[in-house]
Design a protein around this ligand. Structure first.
Ligand SMILES: [Zn+2]
Length: 52
């Protein structure tokens, strides 16, 4: 199961296999998955990346 890259919470996916979170890319182009909670806490991508 997918996990949030900041808080390590497990992220559910819907029956359509859509993950209930979102991906952000760091400076190296690597994708990181964030849960909705962490997105709320870190609305700016730059801030979220610092927490990774
Ligand atoms: Zn999280």
């Amino acid at each position: 199961m997918a996990k949030c890259d900041i808080c390590k919470t497990k992220i559910e996916s819907t029956f359509l296999n859509k993950i209930l979170g979102s991906y952000i890319k760091d400076n190296k182009g690597k994708k990181h998955l964030l849960c909705p909670e962490c997105q709320k806490k870190h609305p700016k991508k730059a801030e979220a990346l610092k927490k990774l």
